[in-house]
Design a protein around this ligand. Structure first.
Ligand SMILES: NC(=O)c1ccc[n+]([C@@H]2O[C@H](COP(=O)([O-])OP(=O)(O)OC[C@H]3O[C@@H](n4cnc5c(N)ncnc54)[C@H](O)[C@@H]3O)[C@@H](O)[C@H]2O)c1
Length: 354
């Protein structure tokens, strides 16, 4: 079968990560780069592919099989729509948009029949697939209490790119959207949030720290703490080995406690009381630990493989715009809850369950 030619729209830090993933995956080729800045043009020249400052002009000129949109968050909607208008299937980076209106515009465009996949790459990580399967099989009974950490230090230079420190950026929208999407994928829909945020350490327009309470549709409750300004190992990035850019630490980032057992993430340790005939299970009962098996694999490679099949119309997008809208809605609800000091309920129209 012929090579799948993908255009890259936005050749910044993460666009280049996509290029690296593509370069290691046979069957994919780079059709061209759209990025208005010199660095994008220079990269296209170095790689010997067409370049254009304007995404639409590039799409018209090179007519790719698909496109990866890795521009700043505020541009995901116009660039995603441009792809769909040109009949080009798109992998649009997360968060799907900055506003629910924008993401619903993309969701509406899905009905044109040109597929759109949102880059919640963790849905392709075998660790989370195994966790989701374990819960679905009832291995921890009924999930009751969940806790997640996203505690890390971004280097100060990260904020030299202005949009990352302005409204629409910040760790809740840029980073926590991954954790919340992963929780939706593994535990189920989130229906209400409460939150406090703080920005005292970095002093930017966006939060650097947040403490969040979640209510799941199942009735389970969860807490999440997030900070991008602390030296700590307790984040998915530092503990999962998903991205080699982050040094791997022997720690975990999440706990899912249920009526018949508990699971830690990302190490997939399953804790359950030792069964003894006739003995009541309770706090005097010893716990045993086992590890849920999974076959490690690269989530980014798997996402690209899936996108190739989406482009060829062999699979439906695993994360649609409508689905990703819900993960965005949870992030925005966190901001709303922090602003008002009130619990924010998520309506049923805020996207669909995974
Ligand atoms: N999936 C993940 O794990 C992950 C990780 C990091 C970033 N991201 C997402 O990737 C996106 C990009 O993040 P980043 O950190 O690479 O940002 P970045 O600022 O480094 O890169 C954005 C690029 O878009 C280019 N750009 C700006 N306006 C453009 C336009 N009109 N047309 C084409 N290109 C344009 C910029 O020149 C820049 O090269 C964000 O949405 C971010 O949330 C995802």
């Amino acid at each position: 079968m012929s090579e799948i030619r993908l255009a890259l729209i936005g050749a910044g830090a993460f666009g280049r990560k996509h290029l690296d993933v593509m370069s290691k995956k046979p069957g994919f080729g780079l059709a061209g780069i759209a990025d208005p800045f010199d660095a994008g043009r220079a990269l296209a020249e170095r790689l010997g592919v067409p370049w254009n400052a304007e995404p639409e002009a590039l799409l018209e000129a090179v007519r790719p099989d698909g496109a990866i949109v890795a521009t700043p968050n505020a541009l995901h909607v116009p660039h995603g729509l441009a792809c769909l208008r040109h009949g080009v299937p798109a992998l649009v980076e997360k968060p799907i948009a900055e506003t629910p209106e924008g993401s619903l515009e993309l969701a509406a465009a899905e009905s044109t029949g040109v597929p759109l996949l949102v880059g919640h790459h963790r849905r392709h990580n075998p660790i989370l697939e195994a966790a989701r399967a374990a819960l679905a099989e009832g291995r921890i009974g009924r999930p009751v209490a969940i806790h997640l950490n996203w505690l890390i230090r971004k280097p100060d230079s990260y904020f030299e790119v202005p949009w990352r420190g302005q409204p629409g950026g910040g760790p809740v929208i840029i980073n926590l959207v991954h954790e919340l999407d992963a929780l939706r994928f593994v535990v189920g829909e989130i229906v209400a949030v409460q939150a406090m945020t703080a920005k005292a350490v970095r002093g930017l327009a966006v939060e650097d720290t947040a403490a969040i309470t979640l209510r799941f549709e199942s009735g389970a409750l969860g807490t999440v703490i997030v900070s991008d300004t602390v030296e700590a190992p307790w984040s998915w990035e530092m503990t999962s080995g998903e991205n080699s850019a982050y040094p791997l630490q022997a720690a975990h980032n999440g706990l899912i406690a249920g009526t018949a057992g508990s699971l830690s993430l990302p190490d997939l340790e399953l804790w359950r009381h030792v069964e003894r005939a006739g003995a009541e299970r309770g706090w005097n009962t010893a716990l045993q630990r086992e590890r849920i098996p999974f076959v490690p694999d690269d989530a980014y490679q798997r996402q690209l493989h899936h996108f190739g099949r989406v482009v060829r119309r062999k699979e439906a997008p695993r994360v649609t715009a409508r689905d990703a809208t819900r993960s965005l809605a949870v992030c925005l609800a966190i901001h709303g809850a922090a602003r008002t000091g009130r619990e924010v309920m998520l309506g049923t129209d805020a996207g669909t369950a995974p």
